[in-house]
Design a protein around this ligand. Structure first.
Ligand code: KG4
Ligand code: ZN
Length: 364
């Protein structure tokens, strides 16, 4: 079977997402967002997430099938995120996937959520060809020369991953405290920018002066590729307190603050990226995924770094085809499942499939 049709589920955090993919092509990608529910906590509250997943999962499955225009007979396998993520949230998706696999007698595929972000750049838009039905097929060619460097920047993770081939990964560096998106959200909360704050910070930064405040550049003397964002939080808190003790923050102060903060977060990432590019001169491509990858300024900053660092050939930065594919979504889980389907990597005993809340990508 060249292009298996997969129904994929992701309930790792605060989005209940269900997608239908065929090969690498996304036929539908439903996301029931819980952002409104978690706003008052300024972050994801696990028991609230669990309850919302319970309510949203069945209608999301129905909608994903409807949007794809298919029935259960056309589904070749069920895929589900097994981890990492919030244990109570993962539980809902896994339970549902086990139930569906049994009821409809389909093979079950367990997917690592971070592998989903890594391969999200390979997802393809479903194109409608004039006068015919959607093509929905994919070229089985993966247009990349391995190894590839994947950079995952989200609210839960910030990692540099070496993709030796699809299914074979090595974590080169990761954040030792907060994720980049988490730091943006927490600092955004200090400024009452709402939750999540990353997108707002990107918009406000456009009107600000990035040189106004000098955020510290962390971990410059460490020889590894790890990252740390908690110092920026402390710096931000002190800066806000100091400024507010002198005068109320003006709109322009907030714009300047956002521009300086965003610059610092991305400069920290590209500083470590620079190190990796010097040490790994055989990279074929660089892939960017995760919610923060939707940020145009991050993409430009990374592209600039790739241009500056001498490589035998210019390195291409590949990003997901839409912002929706950057953040948490089930289509990326379907993409991973496609490769596992080809290798017939099915869960042998679906009833015993359990959550792996801390599952590292190099252990897939
Ligand atoms: O991947 P994602 O949807 O969920 C996790 O797995 O964490 O990422 C959510 C994160 C949030 O921290 C949010 O503030 C950030 O992505 N984000 C952005 C932008 N859009 C979303 N950060 C910066 N710029 C954006 N445009
Ligand atoms: Zn994620």
């Amino acid at each position: 079977m060249q292009n298996p049709t997969i129904l994929a589920i992701d309930t790792s955090c605060d989005e209940t997402s269900v997608a239908v993919t065929k090969g690498l092509v996304v036929w539908s990608n439903v996301i029931a967002s819980q952002v409104e529910l978690h706003k008052e906590y300024g972050g994801v509250f696990p028991t609230v997430a669990k309850q919302a997943h319970k309510e949203n999962i069945a209608p999301s499955i129905e909608l994903a099938l409807k949007r794809a225009g298919i029935g259960w007979a056309e589904v070749d396998a069920i895929a589900v995120t097994q981890g990492p993520g919030l244990a109570p949230a993962l539980e809902i998706g896994i339970k549902k996937a086990i139930e569906l696999a049994e009821t409809y007698d389909k093979p079950l595929i367990a997917v690592n959520h971070i592998e989903g972000h890594v391969l999200s750049v390979l997802a393809e838009r479903r194109r409608k060809i004039a006068g015919s039905s959607p093509s929905g097929v994919t070229s089985l060619q993966i247009p990349a020369q391995f190894p590839v460097l994947a950079i995952i920047v989200s609210g839960g993770h910030t990692e540099f991953i070496l993709v030796e081939e699809i299914g074979k990964y090595k974590r080169l560096g990761w954040t030792i405290d907060d994720a980049a998106g988490e730091a943006l959200d927490k600092i955004g909360r200090m400024l009452d920018l709402g939750y999540p704050a990353g997108g707002v910070i990107e918009q406000f930064a456009k009107h600000g002066d990035l040189n106004k405040y000098q955020f510290p550049l962390p971990m410059t003397s460490s020889h590894d590729y790890n990252l740390s964002f908690s110092g920026m939080k402390t710096f931000a808190r002190r800066l806000i307190e100091r400024t507010e003790s002198q005068h109320p923050l003006s709109k322009q102060d907030i714009y300047d603050f956002c521009a300086s903060l965003q610059y610092a977060v991305f400069r920290h990432i590209t500083h470590k990226l620079n190190k990796i590019l010097h040490d790994y001169q055989n990279l074929g491509q660089v892939w960017l995924g995760g919610g923060v990858a939707a940020n145009i300024n991050l993409r430009a900053t990374i592209r600039q770094t790739l241009k500056e660092v001498a490589q035998p050939q210019p390195l291409l930065l590949k990003t997901p085809y839409s912002k929706k594919i950057c953040g948490d979504n089930a289509a990326m889980i379907g993409v991973v499942a496609y490769f596992k389907f080809i290798k017939q990597e099915f869960v042998t005993n679906p009833k015993n499939l359990d959550r792996k809340p801390r599952w590292k990508i190099d252990l897939v």
